[in-house]
Design a protein around this ligand. Structure first.
Ligand code: 6GU
Length: 233
């Protein structure tokens, strides 16, 4: 069985993503054959000879809108070659990304990530092609390229074998519904700052309990919403 997750990223500025995809954890995943990231430039699918991929909005208003034609041409071609589990549009008005969604997406075979640029994209793309709309947080970026890189990283590091220490991935913040506890490494004292004694005690039960306390306290202070029953996950 072919176990390689394929991620096709469709955007206006793929050059912005090329080096990231070759290096980092994503690069390592590609070297190991666990993931294949393919970048697509919407300008290659422009229908006019000037390679325009955007135009002014109907009804007026500021900014340019990515046109439907190049996006349909690119995604139609991809979908004629293989079937995709999801066509994900990265947009600030999407559903906020969570670790659970990343875990879900890490179990798929083929994904298309569509990054908008400029003011937005023609709504017909969203109505017909897109199966999921994702935001990476409550702030606005100029394009979906960085969010597509963020989503790719968050998915790829969950693929078995990409990160050397599987336990480290499972122990991350959010995995247990709590933020991470503090970490220390050698030396035991640095500029008069000592590592908490419990961590050097060798008492594993005490260490576990200390980490739980710290994680709970930090979560209570910073993210009380994660502790409440009404939290969406
Ligand atoms: Cl997915 N796109 C853009 N342009 N800005 C964002 C975002 C996405 N998520 C948060 N801000």
């Amino acid at each position: 069985m072919n176990n390689t997750l394929r991620i096709d990223i469709v955007c206006a500025v793929p050059q912005a993503l090329a080096s990231f995809m070759q290096t980092s954890i994503v690069g390592r995943g590609q070297e190991k054959g666990l993931v294949e990231v393919v970048l697509h430039n919407l300008h290659d699918y422009a229908t006019d000879k000037f390679k325009h991929i955007d135009d002014t909005p109907y009804g007026g208003g500021a900014g340019m809108i990515l046109q439907a034609e190049p996006i349909f041409a690119c995604i139609d071609k991809l979908q004629s070659e293989r079937s995709y589990d999801d066509v994900i549009f990265l947009t600030p008005d999407g559903v906020r990304l969570t670790q659970n969604v990343c875990a879900e997406l890490s179990l798929t075979q083929n994904l298309i990530l569509l990054a908008g640029h400029y003011k937005g994209i023609d709504q017909r793309v969203r109505d017909v092609l897109v199966t999921r709309e994702v935001s990476i947080g409550d702030y606005v970026l100029t394009g979906g390229e960085l969010p597509a890189a963020v989503l790719t990283d968050a998915i790829v590091r969950l693929l078995p074998g990409v990160v050397g220490d599987a336990e480290s991935v499972l122990d991350d913040s959010f995995m247990h519904g709590l933020l991470d506890s503090p970490h220390y490494t050698k030396p035991a004292e640095f500029r008069g700052l000592k590592v908490p004694e419990v961590l050097t005690s060798g008492n594993h039960a005490a260490i576990r309990s200390w980490r739980e306390d710290m994680a709970r306290t930090k979560t209570m202070e910073r993210r009380p919403d994660m502790l409440s029953d009404t939290h969406e996950e």
